[in-house]
Design a protein around this ligand. Structure first.
Ligand SMILES: [Zn+2]
Length: 463
C-alpha cells in the first residue's frame, strides 16, 4: 500500500482555497483535512507556502500529428512528458481519420501509437474528415466505446465537412450523448483572400493572418452555433481567438445554450505583430494570432464565463518543417508546441497580473475540461475518491520561458523570453511523484487510456 501526505499547502478545492493536508492512498485521494487524523506514513511532502491544484487536463493536443506533409515532433512519450512538467496529468488527443477509415480504425491506430508511450492518462476524440454514411452511423458505437467527442473542421480542403454533415452529426450526438467540437473558420472567404494575396506576390507570414480576418472565425462560429441550436446539441468551439467570437459566446451563455468555447495561451499573450518578424512563419497557426483588443476580450471571457476552457492545441511543428513555406505562407504547417506552458502563463498573467481567482484557474485548466469531456469527478477536482492527480505550484518562483527552461522537444518556443512568476514544481500522477523540480520521475507506458462518458446534465450546469 502506497501512502503519502501533502502537508501545509493552500489547496484549491471546489468550495474555495484553504490550508489543508491531503492524504493519498494508492492512486486515490483518501482524505482532506489534518495530518493528525490520517493514518500514519513517513512519506510526507512538506508543501508550506505552495499552492496545490487538481492535475491539469489538456483536451487539445496533437501528438504524432500528420499534417501538410509533415509530422509533429512530440510523440506520446515526449509530449506527455513535457505535459507532466507543466502540471498536466491527463491529455486528450485526436484520432484522425484517413480516407476510407472507419472511426474505430482511426482510434485503434492512435492507441497503438500511444498506449505504451504515455506517462500520464489520455483519451481520444474521434476526428471526422471522411464523413461517409457508414461513418456517421458509427457515432453511437464510438460513444459507447468511450470516445464520445467528435472533432470536425469547417476549413482545410480534404478535411472539412459541410453543413449537411454537421447537421447529421449534431442529430447523432444529441441522441447518443456525444459532443461536437468544431474548428470554425469560413473556408470560402479564407481561400479567396489567400488566392488574391498569393497572386499578387504577397506571400509572407503576415498575409496568412490577413487572409483570415476575425470575420472568418466569427461567421463560422455563428453558423455552427445556429446549426447546433437547431437540434439542441451541445457544441464546443476549439481555439477561439476573436472578440467577435467571444461576443457570440456571451449571447449563448445568456441564453443558457450548451455551447462552450476554449482558447489557448498564445491567443492570450501574443499579437499578430509577430508575423512581421523575420521568424514570423514559426507563428503560423490557425486561426492566426490577433490584436490587443482580442486579447482583452478573451481575458474578459475567461473571467465572465463566456470561455470555459484553456487548452494548448500543442502541434509541435519544427522550424525546419515551417521553412517549407518560407516563400509562400500557405505551405507552412499550421501549429505550435505549447503543452507545457499553460499553467505558468495562466498563473502569472491571470492570477498575478489580472486577479483571477485560483478556483477559476482550476476550473479553466482542469475541472471544466474534465466535466465537459466525461472525466469528472475522477479527474478535474481535489476531493476524496478522485484520482490523486495533483500539481504543486510555487507561487514566487520566477522563470523565463523558452527552449532552455522547458522540456518540449521542439526547436522553437512561442513564448521564448517570456517572464513568469509562479511555476509548477511537483506533479503527482495517480499518487506517484512524476516530476520534482524539473526532474522527470515518471515511466513510459504508465498512463492509461480513459474511456469517457459525457453527462449532459454536467454540461448544462457548467460555466
Ligand atoms: Zn488543434
Amino acid at each position: 500500500m502506497i501512502r503519502k501526505i501533502i502537508a501545509g499547502a493552500q489547496v484549491v478545492l471546489p468550495t474555495g482555497t484553504q490550508q489543508v493536508d491531503i492524504f493519498i492512498e494508492n492512486e486515490k485521494i483518501a482524505g482532506i483535512g489534518k495530518t493528525k487524523h490520517f493514518p500514519r506514513t513517513d512519506n510526507l511532502i512538506d508543501a508550506k507556502g505552495m499552492i496545490v491544484l487538481p492535475g491539469l487536463v489538456d483536451i487539445h493536443v496533437h501528438f504524432l500529428d500528420r499534417f501538410m506533409g509533415t509530422v509533429s515532433l512530440h510523440d506520446f512519450f515526449t509530449g506527455t512528458r513535457a505535459a507532466a512538467h507543466g502540471g498536466v496529468t491527463t491529455i486528450i488527443d485526436f484520432a484522425n481519420q484517413s480516407k476510407g477509415d472507419s472511426l474505430a480504425d482511426a482510434i485503434q491506430r492512435k492507441r497503438a501509437e500511444a498506449d505504451d508511450d504515455v506517462v500520464i492518462d489520455y483519451g481520444l476524440h474521434a476526428e471526422i474528415t471522411d464523413p461517409t454514411p457508414s461513418v456517421l452511423h458509427e457515432v453511437r458505437h464510438i460513444v459507447r466505446a468511450g470516445v464520445p467527442s467528435f472533432k470536425v473542421y469547417t476549413i482545410y480542403e480534404g478535411m472539412m465537412v459541410d453543413d449537411g454533415v454537421l447537421i447529421e452529426l449534431f442529430e447523432q450526438t444529441a441522441r447518443y450523448h456525444g459532443l461536437v467540437m468544431v474548428h470554425a473558420e469560413n473556408s470560402a472567404i479564407a481561400q479567396r483572400l489567400k488566392q488574391q494575396f498569393l497572386s499578387r506576390g504577397k506571400t509572407t507570414a503576415l498575409y496568412h493572418a490577413l487572409s483570415k480576418p476575425n470575420m472568418v472565425e466569427a461567421e463560422a462560429i455563428h453558423r455552427v452555433v445556429y446549426l447546433g441550436r437547431w437540434l439542441n446539441a451541445p457544441l464546443y468551439i476549439v481555439h477561439m481567438s476573436t472578440r467577435e467570437g467571444n461576443e457570440i459566446m456571451e449571447v449563448c451563455r445568456k441564453q443558457g445554450l450548451p455551447v462552450f468555447a476554449e482558447t489557448c495561451p498564445h491567443y492570450l499573450c501574443l499579437t499578430d505583430n509577430v508575423y512581421r518578424r523575420k521568424d514570423g512563419i514559426n507563428y503560423i497557426i490557425s486561426p492566426p494570432l490577433r490584436k490587443t483588443e482580442d486579447i482583452k476580450a478573451l481575458w474578459k471571457g475567461l473571467f465572465n464565463g463566456s470561455i470555459s476552457v484553456v487548452s494548448t492545441d500543442d502541434a509541435s511543428f519544427s522550424k525546419e518543417s515551417k521553412i517549407a513555406g518560407k516563400d509562400s505562407f500557405d505551405k507552412v504547417p499550421n501549429g505550435m508546441a505549447g503543452v507545457e506552458l499553460r499553467l505558468p502563463v495562466l498563473y502569472s498573467e491571470g492570477v498575478r497580473k489580472r486577479g483571477m481567482r485560483l478556483e477559476r484557474l482550476a476550473e479553466l485548466t482542469s475541472t471544466n475540461p474534465a466535466r465537459l469531456f466525461g472525466l469528472y469527478p475522477r479527474k478535474g477536482v481535489i476531493q476524496v475518491g478522485a484520482d490523486a492527480d495533483l500539481v504543486i505550484l510555487h507561487p514566487e518562483k520566477e522563470v523565463t520561458l523558452g527552449m532552455k527552461t522547458t522540456h518540449m522537444v521542439t526547436d522553437f518556443c512561442s513564448l521564448e523570453g517570456w517572464k513568469v512568476t509562479g511555476y509548477p514544481v511537483m506533479t503527482i500522477f495517480r499518487g506517484s511523484l512524476i516530476v520534482e523540480n524539473g526532474t522527470f520521475l515518471g515511466r513510459k507506458g504508465n498512463g492509461r487510456f480513459l474511456r469517457r462518458k459525457i453527462d449532459f446534465n454536467e454540461i448544462r450546469t457548467l460555466r
